[in-house]
Design a protein around this ligand. Structure first.
Ligand code: FES
Length: 166
């Protein structure tokens, strides 16, 4: 008999998991970034299309190979950044996402962190590619970006260990 305790998700998380908004890729995205690794399943990709003047986010979508919390976090995040400037989108952190979702079980915080990590990584890559870093973009990686790297390293190690057991 299993003694696992089921996770309690908020109604908002369940609703977005069942009917995610903004799911899918944007083939001609101006901005694209990923976080996590497909090797172990927790991977998220963010796509952004900018308005014709390049100032605002016209459309934002995601693909997620993560759990219900990750799908819900990415879904609500892409809703929240629509119409915003890249600076405004950058300033949305994982705690805000979690609040908007009506909370997450603490073991699922990382799913929201990973979603924001993918977004910030995408924005940083966009400006690096253009070679014109705005003053609001910090030199140092933020908590969410560092988390994405740590998670990727961890998944790589796990996947190597699993391979070595085969
Ligand atoms: Fe890893 Fe949710 S994305 S458990």
């Amino acid at each position: 008999m299993s003694n696992r305790i089921p996770l309690i998700y908020s109604p908002k998380v369940l609703e977005l998991f069942r009917n995610p908004k903004n799911l899918g890729a944007i083939p001609d995205a101006d901005i694209h970034g990923t976080a996590g690794s497909l090797a172990c399943g927790d991977m998220i990709a963010i796509y952004i299309k900018l308005s014709s003047d390049g100032k605002n986010i016209e459309k934002a979508t995601f693909e997620s190979y993560g759990c219900a919390a990750n799908i819900a976090a990415a879904s609500i995040m892409t809703e929240m950044i629509k119409g915003k400037s890249l600076e405004e989108a950058w300033n949305i952190d994982w705690k805000t996402i979690t609040e908007e979702l009506g909370g997450l079980p603490s073991v699922k915080y990382h799913c929201g962190v990973l979603a924001v990590g993918a977004l910030r990584r995408a924005i940083r890559k966009y400006f690096e590619g253009r070679g014109d870093k705005p003053s609001w973009l910090p030199e140092d990686l933020t908590h969410e970006e560092k988390h994405a790297i740590e998670e990727e390293k961890l998944m790589e190690q796990l996947s190597k260990r699993v391979q070595s057991l085969k």
